[in-house]
Ligand binder design. Structure first.
Ligand code: NI
Length: 177
């Protein structure tokens, strides 16, 4: 098991555009995914992108059955998504609270497309093609933003809806990130 340090907002590596994966089903790629899984699970994250551990490749993982960080969210199947392509299925946007392992202890309200089709590949190179909505669509958009150097605070429209988790949600048990 290999835990990797998660870069925090302010580190310039989080602002870079990541490169596509050229070869699938390699020991290096499977090792990267394993390290990302270990790191995400220990930190109770809903998702993690490779650049968050300093690897500038277009690899994200996400999914949970019950997330202590998002107690009201429906389960999202555990997914490894590589070289993703995102396509909104309608113009409808929805505001929702997000956190990020690279912005620990904070939450912000972020607009995302409600209906989303995403395509890509798993670590073995098998194609993935799904149409999703709601929190599932939100998580995918959040993680894939990392691949283009975008952190969720950069998308907040009303900065009065951005702050420390403990102050925004007093008395609620929200896992620290
Ligand atoms: Ni994030």
């Amino acid at each position: 098991m290999a835990l990797r340090p998660v870069l925090r907002m302010g580190d310039p590596r989080l602002l870079q555009r990541s490169q596509p994966v050229a070869r699938f089903d390699t020991p290096e790629l499977h090792g990267l995914v394993r390290d990302m899984e270990d790191t995400m699970h220990v930190l109770n994250g809903a998702g993690l992108a490779a650049p968050q551990i300093g690897v500038p490749l277009r690899v994200v993982i996400f999914g949970f059955t019950a997330s202590p960080r998002y107690p009201d969210a429906l389960p999202v199947p555990y997914t490894v998504l590589i070289n993703p392509l995102l396509e909104p299925l309608s113009d409808e946007m929805e505001e929702g609270w997000e956190g990020c392992l690279s912005v620990p202890g904070m939450r912000g309200e972020v607009p995302r497309y409600r209906h989303l089709r995403y395509r890509g590949f798993d670590a073995c190179g098998q194609p993935i093609d799904r149409s999703v909505e709601g929190f599932h669509a939100r998580v995918v958009q959040h993680e894939c933003d990392h691949l283009d150097g975008i952190l969720y605070p950069m998308r907040i429209r009303d900065l009065s809806r951005f702050g420390f988790t403990e102050e925004l949600f007093p008395g609620q048990i929200v896992a620290d990130d």
